[in-house]
Design a protein around this ligand. Structure first.
Ligand code: DGL
Length: 270
């Protein structure tokens, strides 16, 4: 009954943490492609092949359902994977839709035509590859009309977080928010469109100020998976054990993961 959770590195742990709190009886197998992080500066072809390799590894662990806890992979590779690559008895789900449903006041699976929503000015903070894909705007346009989105590619931020340099990460958050403010002085909502960014959520909130509603993914993705598994219990794979896999150095990755989640995660080589 295991479910796979994929990310380019440590960011997906923010989603994993929320999943484990919401679904304590489900074994999750985490795969961090730390040897190839960041994905956000790679091209779509590269992201597609790396993501397929990671997801294949999770299938080998008995996970028939894999959550791409990575916006960059969800934006740059997921559609192609679903259309050309995922076998019929497996599922790969992304992290965009639960967040956009929250932003546009929709229940899961509400496929009614796009309509006006309360929020009109949205700041999107994401990796360069996610911004370039325009996947967020595409998914939003299916659900809402008249929403102005200003996207800020946050170059360097994932690298700083992966290296555990939180002082640099905080400085980068401030400079990216400043850059966004030059183009959109008063966003109503800000979307943290990269699963690494919840680790810097306090810095984003401080830089954005109290009037901006900050939308972050982990709890929304967890609620949405809970709902999905209730409808599709057959998608729990045959795996029985939780595991933490990395393509990087398991000791170094485990130490940073412990720092971020404040508990021990026994990473091993993928
Ligand atoms: N955490 C990922 C995301 O949500 C990937 C970041 C990266 O590797 O650049 O986009």
């Amino acid at each position: 009954m295991a479910v796979g959770v994929f990310d380019s590195g440590l960011g997906g742990l923010t989603v994993l943490d929320a999943l484990q709190r919401r679904l304590p009886d489900v074994p999750f197998v985490y795969f961090g492609d730390n040897a190839h992080t960041p994905y956000g500066t790679r091209d779509a072809e590269d992201i597609f092949h790396l993501t397929c390799a990671g997801v294949t590894r999770l299938w080998d662990e008995g996970c028939d359902l894999v959550i791409l806890a990575c916006n960059t992979a969800s934006a740059a590779a997921l559609r192609r994977m679903q259309e050309t690559w995922v076998p019929q008895d497996k599922r790969v789900l992304g992290v965009f839709v639960p967040l956009i449903e929250a932003l546009t006041e929709r229940q899961w699976g509400d496929n009614s035509p796009p309509r006006e929503v309360a929020v009109k000015h949205v700041a999107l903070f994401a990796t360069p590859a996610t911004v370039q894909s325009r996947a967020f705007q595409r998914e939003l346009a299916f659900r809402a009309i008249g929403v102005d989105v200003e996207a800020q590619p946050c170059g360097g931020l994932v690298d700083a977080i992966e290296q555990g340099d939180m002082i640099l990460a905080e400085a980068l958050v401030h400079s990216h928010v400043e850059a966004l403010h030059r183009r959109m002085p008063r966003p109503q909502a800000a979307v943290l469109g990269c699963t690494h960014y919840p680790l810097m959520e306090d810095a984003f909130r401080a830089a954005l100020g109290p009037d901006v509603a900050v939308y972050s993914q982990p709890d929304r993705v967890a609620a949405s998976l809970d709902d999905y598994l209730t409808r599709r219990p057959d998608m729990r794979g045959p795996g029985t054990d939780s595991a933490y896999l990395t393509t990087g150095d398991p000791i170094a990755v485990g130490q940073k993961a412990t720092l971020f989640l404040r508990r021990k995660l026994p990473f091993r080589a993928a």
